[in-house]
Design a protein around this ligand. Structure first.
Ligand SMILES: [Zn+2]
Length: 199
């Protein structure tokens, strides 16, 4: 599991931000810390056990990267390309994700809990054991993806296309959904009510 280096400030307890010694709140120069994080991400093929929690990242091309046990919790990600990237055990909980591309990704055991996701493509992707619990997802697409054992529990979905997807063992229990298309997807294999939970 994740083993982030802790913030160097006594009693803080948060993970150190990116490759720095402190969390973002305790960074002596917040702007410099954010710029260093962007530079680190852009220059690395892979990132492991790094926390980018609370980062504001915009306009980065992080396609084809590998992310292992990284945190983007509470981050603001705008116009970031993750096309063709690999994610294992990565956390985007509470993140604001706008106009990003997660198409053709290979993600397993990741969490987008409570994230706000808009104008995002997750098309043609492997999204296995991924949680979107409590996420607000709008104007986004998952078309032609494998969502095996992923969870949309208490999510709010608006203008979302989940077309031609493999929904085997997907927990599709949104709190609200408006204009969601499941065309050509095997919704019969998804858990769509509490009576059919796998126990
Ligand atoms: Zn700290």
């Amino acid at each position: 599991m994740q083993c982030f280096v802790p913030c160097a400030v006594d009693g803080c307890g948060k993970p150190a931000f990116a490759s720095g010694d402190t969390c973002l709140d305790h960074a002596p120069d917040r702007e410099a810390a954010l710029a260093a994080a962007s530079a680190l991400l852009e220059s690395s093929d892979s990132a492991r056990d790094l926390s980018f929690a609370g980062a504001a990242l915009e306009g980065l091309n992080l396609s084809g990267r590998r992310f292992y046990a990284c945190s983007f919790m509470g981050a603001s990600l705008r116009s970031v390309l993750f096309t063709n990237s690999i994610f294992r055990l990565c956390f985007f909980d509470g993140a604001l994700i706008d106009s990003c591309d997660f198409s053709r990704i290979d993600a397993q055991f990741c969490s987008f809990g409570g994230a706000t996701i808009s104008n995002v493509s997750f098309e043609n992707s492997e999204l296995l054991h991924v949680s979107f619990g409590g996420a607000a997802i709008s104007d986004s697409t998952f078309n032609k993806s494998n969502l095996y054992d992923s969870r949309f529990i208490r999510s709010v979905l608006k203008n979302v296309d989940i077309v031609d997807c493999d929904l085997k063992r997907v927990y599709m229990l949104p709190l609200k959904q408006d204009n969601v298309s499941y065309k050509y997807s095997n919704t019969m294999e998804a858990v769509r009510d509490l009576e059919h939970l796998y126990l």
